[in-house]
Design a binder for this molecule. Structure first.
Ligand SMILES: *Cc1c(COP(=O)(O)O)cnc(C)c1O
Length: 352
């Protein structure tokens, strides 16, 4: 049985026999083929991280961060969040018997993520301010109050846990893909993939690093612009971040791999969302679709060559954000009160 990412990759992680492993058996997410999104001779895989226990990749980092917080004797975990970090922190804290405090930008997180944090019993603070301000507050608070364990991705254990996704991709394919594409917000996850692939390369498991392709939303693209964005705006709330905490490390990892960081518009993100939902059969949250949009854009520009194998990380499940799902479909249920009415709506040609 799959034991969760700490037990599966224990030798690669900073744990000992004294670490109490707090797990929900996260990881082991599938690579789903997406034929038809790239041209002939190229392969596209979707690593569906929305199938983790709380519906996003954040669980990989949270299992390790909460286990290490518990090992250190902390009773309370705290984080700032665009939503998925708070959902994961709340769930793993519940599992560990710890208290969880999350600070979210008021009115700016998807309804499913807020519901999760509340349901798992976290104390949720809705801050009048954006994510970058929330993060600054919790960092300062964690410094002043040693009993609080900060579980944002500035906590090094988060990235250590998240790097296991790179291991899983190589282990599943039997080799490294040529490209790895993902959305970039606080830039922790792309840094973590860089760490994972580098660890496997240094151990001789893969000959070279996949090129890392990071995509930001055009209204929240500090790494593309080269400076912080004071008022980040995008439909993809999970990457609505103007001052990425791991920005420099992320750019170094991208450069080392020969990859790139680019921006996609909200219209491109929503087009990709629709295409994924209606032709591939996967509902991924808008932030995840930024990576799909980015890969489709690079494909139009002729960036990929025959033989390329691209893995796109779908970072979170589309059910997290039902408001966007409803808005994107753009239609309402059709009302009916009888079988005849339903039949009339079928508009079926009568078989002859
Ligand atoms: C957190 C998150 C991101 C951004 O990851 P970073 O590590 O902040 O760059 C992207 N998509 C989803 C669904 C997320 O929850």
């Amino acid at each position: 049985m799959w034991p969760g990412v700490i037990e599966r990759y224990r030798a690669w992680l900073p744990v000992s026999e004294h670490t109490p492993v707090v797990t929900l058996r996260e990881g082991n997410t599938p690579l789903v083929e997406a034929p038809g999104l790239l041209g002939r001779g190229k392969t596209l895989w979707l690593k569906f991280e929305g199938l983790n226990p709380t519906g996003s990749f954040k669980d990989r980092g949270m299992t390790l961060a909460v286990s290490k917080a518990k090992e250190a004797g902390a009773r309370t975990v705290i984080c700032a969040s665009t939503g998925n970090t708070s959902a994961a922190a709340a769930a793993y804290a519940a599992r560990a018997g710890m208290t969880c405090v999350v600070v979210i930008p008021d009115g700016r997180i998807a309804v499913g993520k807020l519901a999760q944090a509340l349901a798992h019993g976290a104390r949720v603070v809705a801050l009048a301010g954006n994510f970058d301000e929330a993060l600054a507050h919790v960092r300062a608070l964690a410094e002043q109050h040693p009993a609080l364990a900060l579980v944002n991705s500035v906590n090094p254990f988060r990235l250590e846990g998240q790097k296991t996704a790179a291991f899983e991709i190589v282990d599943a394919l039997g080799h490294a893909p040529t490209h790895l594409a993902l959305p970039v917000g606080n830039a922790g996850n792309i840094t973590a993939y860089g760490m994972g692939f580098r660890a496997y390369r240094d151990a001789g498991r893969i000959p070279a690093l996949p090129r890392l392709l990071g995509f930001q939303a055009a209204g929240a693209a500090p790494l593309v612009l080269g400076h912080p964005v004071e008022h980040p705006e995008t439909v993809a709330t999970a990457i609505r971040i103007g001052r990425p905490a791991s920005g420099e490390r992320a750019l170094a990892a991208v450069a080392e791999s020969g990859g790139r960081v680019e921006a996609v518009t909200d219209a491109e993100i929503l087009d990709a969302y629709r295409r994924l939902a209606t032709t591939v059969g996967i509902l991924a949250e808008p932030a995840s679709c930024a990576a799909v949009a980015g890969v489709l854009k690079l494909e139009r520009e002729g960036y990929f060559a025959a033989g390329d194998e691209v893995v796109v990380v779908l970072t979170g499940h589309g059910l997290k954000d039902p408001d966007t799902a409803r808005a994107v479909s753009g239609v309402e249920p059709i009302r009916a009160s009888s079988r005849a009415e339903i039949e009339a709506l079928l508009e079926l040609a009568t078989p002859s």
